[in-house]
Write a protein that binds this ligand. Structure first.
Ligand code: ZN
Length: 76
């Protein structure tokens, strides 16, 4: 999915606010664009997919960092 404002495909889960509770009833969860910070609601399933993709990416970044620390002579 793409951000309606800037077209970015990078999102993160937004913090829940009290008004979000009425959206949650309809299984809508707030997310935020990482580029333009626009906040919008998507289905819980989409939000969960974003969360999982972010977790995977963070794990991969940590792994790459460890590899670089173990081989400091290797160029990045
Ligand atoms: Zn955006």
């Amino acid at each position: 999915m793409e951000c309606r404002l800037c077209g970015s495909t990078r999102f993160r889960l937004s913090r829940l606010r009290v008004p979000d509770l009425s959206e949650l009833v309809f299984l809508q969860y707030p997310i935020r664009c990482r580029v333009c910070y626009k906040r919008e609601h998507v289905s819980l399933f989409t939000a969960f997919g974003i969360h999982r993709a972010n977790k995977r990416r963070h794990a991969e970044e940590r792994r790459q960092k460890k590899i670089q620390q173990a081989n400091p002579a290797r160029p990045a």
